[in-house]
Design a protein around this ligand. Sequence first.
Ligand SMILES: [Zn+2]
Length: 255
Amino acid sequence: MDLRLPTHFGQGYKSPSQLARRITEPWGAENLYCCACHSDRLDAEENNAQVSDFLCPQCVERYQLKSQSKKLGGRILGSNYQKMLDAILGNRSPNFFLLHYQLPEWMVRNLLVIPRFAISPSVIIRRKPLSVSARRSNWTGYVLNVALIPGSAKIPLIVEGSEIPRNTVREQYARIAKIQALKPEQRGWTLDVLRCIESLPNEIFTNDDIYAFEPELTKLYPSNRHIRDKIRQQLQVLRDRGLLKPVARGVWQRA
Ligand SMILES: [Zn+2]
């Protein structure tokens, strides 16, 4: 990958968000590759929307590129909430590339991919309509809360200017893809429990270690009265997908 962004594409644009899009989109078309198959290129899709879309010519996996000059932290601004929610529930949401570039050099510093099946309804947060006309048209934006996505589903391609080998990226994508057959409305729970597991200090842990997240999960699912049952069920789901290994009764190991 060429880590220099092609700034000449930004000539004539003043708005920072438009400028960034004009510059990062052609960079993506030149440098991005498919993480789901062995295609070393992606095609930019023609559209008039506010987003940059890419399509894998081999496996037709879709990607959306979001770029910012700030470090990739907790939240990413998205566009239409209802459209995104429908896409998630209909299994049509794109994979996300999140790109962090450094100014004034316009150099790519960090890039990661979030596989589409790691985006559940609970990580997209509806924003308040900004204006009266927006309220009237019922258009609401959303924020992608990246902090709620498990670490293993935020797969780095570039870390502080260093490229990660493509086969490593593709292996990590394939690992998390094991949950893609789950129904979109079920995946939220699986991903939330996986995120809790990944935040534990040790690879080996007990049911009680995970029950410690009960208050946090209750906040996410206030209407669910059987949080512990749900946690136990999700541990089985993760085991069945090969993401957890049973060690003994009530004892697990991250796989
Ligand atoms: Zn592909």
